[in-house]
Design a protein around this ligand. Sequence first.
Ligand SMILES: NC(=O)c1ccc[n+]([C@@H]2O[C@H](COP(=O)([O-])OP(=O)(O)OC[C@H]3O[C@@H](n4cnc5c(N)ncnc54)[C@H](OP(=O)(O)O)[C@@H]3O)[C@@H](O)[C@H]2O)c1
Length: 244
Amino acid sequence: MKKKIIITGGTTGIGFACASYLLKNGYEVIITGKSEKNLKNAIEKLDNKVAGYLCDISDLAAIDEFVNSIKEKFGKIDGVFINAGIFKSVSFENTTEELFDETLNTNFKGSFFTIQKFIPILNNPASIVLNTSIVVDKAFLNTSIYTASKAALESICKVLNLELASKGIRINIISPGVTESPIQQKSGMTDEAIKDLLHHFSSTSPLGRIVKPDDIAPILEFLVSEKSIVLRNEKIIVDGGSTL
Ligand SMILES: NC(=O)c1ccc[n+]([C@@H]2O[C@H](COP(=O)([O-])OP(=O)(O)OC[C@H]3O[C@@H](n4cnc5c(N)ncnc54)[C@H](OP(=O)(O)O)[C@@H]3O)[C@@H](O)[C@H]2O)c1
C-alpha cells in the first residue's frame, strides 16, 4: 500500500517540489495551503494526483477540521512534513507585535498544534519532518523573529522524540539554506536585494549555485521512508555548504 504523506504549505516552493517528488516515487500525497488560488494551481500542476486542503495553520479550529477530514477520507497517515511557514525581512528594532504574533503563530504555534492534532491518526511507525532553517545556526540580518520561530520549532524535537517514541513516531529536521522560492518575493525585500542575496549564495557556496526546492525533495523522501528508521532528532542541513 502507498505511504500517505501530508505536506503543510505544499502549494509552492519547497513543499510543492516535495509533493511532486513524492508523487513520482509512489507516495500518496496530501497538501495544504492558505491561498485558494495557489492550492488550485498546485493541484492542477500535479495533474490532480494530490488531495489538497485549505488550512490556515495559524488557526487551531482550521487544523481540527483538516485533521478530521483526513481521518474520514484517508484513515491513518504515515508521515507529516511540517513545512508551511512565512518570512518577513524586518530589523529587530522595526519588528511590530503584529509581525511577532503572525510569525510565531504560523511557524511555531501552528506547527506545534498540527503535530499534536495529527498524533491520533498516525501509523506506527510514522515520521514527522520539521522544516526549520540555517538561521538557527548562523546569524542573518533582519531575521530575529523568524529565527526565534524556527529555533522554537527545533527546540521541541528532542522532547517529542522521547514522548512519542512509544507510538512509533520519530521526528527529524531539514534545515535549508537560502533556497530560491516565492518566499523571497513575499518577504518585503526589494527585487535588487533579492537578486543580491541569491547571487551571494550562488557565488560563495561550495555547491556553486543556489539551493533549489528540488534539492530538498529527495532528503524529505529519505526522512519519511523507512530507510531512515533509526534516525531521531537528526538535523540535515541542506545548504550546499554555504554555512561551512
Ligand atoms: N526558501 C528559503 O530560503 C528557506 C530557507 C529555510 C527554510 N525555509 C522554510 O521552508 C518552508 C517553505 O518555504 P518556501 O521557501 O517553499 O516558501 P513559499 O514558496 O512561500 O512556501 C510557503 C508555503 O507555506 C504556506 N503557508 C504560509 N502561511 C501559511 C498558513 N498560515 N497556513 C497554511 N499554509 C501557509 C504557503 O501557502 P499559501 O501560498 O497558500 O500562503 C506555501 O504553500 C518555510 O517554512 C520556510 O521558512 C525556506
